[in-house]
Design a protein around this ligand. Sequence first.
Ligand SMILES: [Zn+2]
Length: 535
Amino acid sequence: MEETSLLSLPEGMLIEQIQITENGVIVAVVATSSTSCCPLCSEPSSSIHCHYRRTLRDVPCAGRRVQLFLTVRKFSCRNPLCERKVFTERLPAFVEPWARMTIRYCEQITSIGLATCGKGGVRLAARLGIHTTRQTILRRIMELPDTPAGVILFLGIDDFSFQRGYRFGTILVNLESRRVVDLLPDREAETSAAWMRQQPDLMAVSRDRGGAYASAATQGAPQAIQCADRFHVLKNLGEAVEGFLAHHLAAHHKQQMQALLDEQTPVWQPKRAIRSSPKLEHLQHARSEERLAHYEQVMALRKQGLSQQAIAQRVGVGHSTVSNWLAAGTFPERKPREQASHLDRYLPYLVLRWENGCHNIACLFRELAEQGYKGSYESVRDNLVRLLPAGRKNAVGPSPKAPALATSRQAAFLFLRRPETLRAQEQETLVKLRQIDPEVERAYDLVQQFAHMLRTRTGECLDAWLDLVEHSKLPELQSFAAGIQKDIDAVRAGLTWWINNGMVEGHVTKLKLIKRQGYGKAGFPLLRKRVLHAV
Ligand SMILES: [Zn+2]
């Protein structure tokens, strides 16, 4: 009896003998209940027809493999109306009628498979005293029954990629029970709509701002309120603000550089000496900042879908520069200019000629070339222009010593965050940013109003906000507002209701982990089972 409870056998089973061998433990068990029910007519019978033995694998005991020699009986059905004359004894919670493993042994294999993967599962199981194969583990997972989704009132829907950027599926989450209720093999509107039609109780669907899930909800759950996910809305606003700030920061850097140029007095000395001048370092810094700001503006406009030519025109850089930047993918740091060093030894000659009254750059370039100068015309021209006396250009902009404020992305981030959570340094940057231009200040107010509305879920203020933007003369925000107008009901609901897709995103992260546990090899059906039964 004690042994029975040690091995945790169900009632009506008795251990007859335990034998320890090299390979593990063999336990002889007999079934002892006096009656058994006929599986066909459910009538109990106590009439034993015969005995027979089944060999079963059971869960390991202290790391040893366990084999059960189970003696069970066949009973005769005494119900004259029943077709079944003889039936085998059933042990429903312990072993299936024809199985060669106990149910708890199968469950352990399944749990190991769900927590790891086919191959990893085999290795882990072996360490735990369970000898199995990859195929068995995968079959166990595939045999898991789908649990019914039940009544879903609040649904979160999003896509996930199961071959990065190439094949996508859809994940559906019950936002109340916080569980994944299904995975769909694609992200087509029709597939999701068909699924939603089977959920007539759906009250609200939280989705991204993509068109497919919007139309899926419209078709499949017309009764449900659609909520545009707050995070996606904020991300869209962030992108609009980034474009806006890239534009203003570029103009700001240009002003800064202009001011530095204007302050630059003619310094006719070899380049090394010029380089050590702090003013020139400021100048170089400002140039590189301006270039970065241009780069960011190019990237922001590209995201908005503008052609390379249109981008070149709007940003004011060459078409080939735009094309090179887009091809490079990251910000290409400018290579140090080598031509400039060619010019160093000719600078005294240039000074002399300039002071003698020759201000024709083409002429000076020709003279240098004759003396063996191998650098470019542009290098001569740029160096001369850079060293021109002050007064030739209009001094504008703030102090040239003002450091670069931030990249447009950093600036956009500062715009979106709660001001009270910013560190002192960030607050300082923000103040400077807002002082660049009255338009920037206006944009900051509008962005903060929107962010506040989103945080306090006061979607009823949306229309008033859109009105303000319409009259703001801020094209980037106006284009964001136009996007909202196309989906206004869902955005308003998203800004008002408690539901959002944060939980769905969390499940997508978990799904990615599960996908990688199988080395990304699992097909959709296996991935679906693993996600739905994830522990
Ligand atoms: Zn029967």
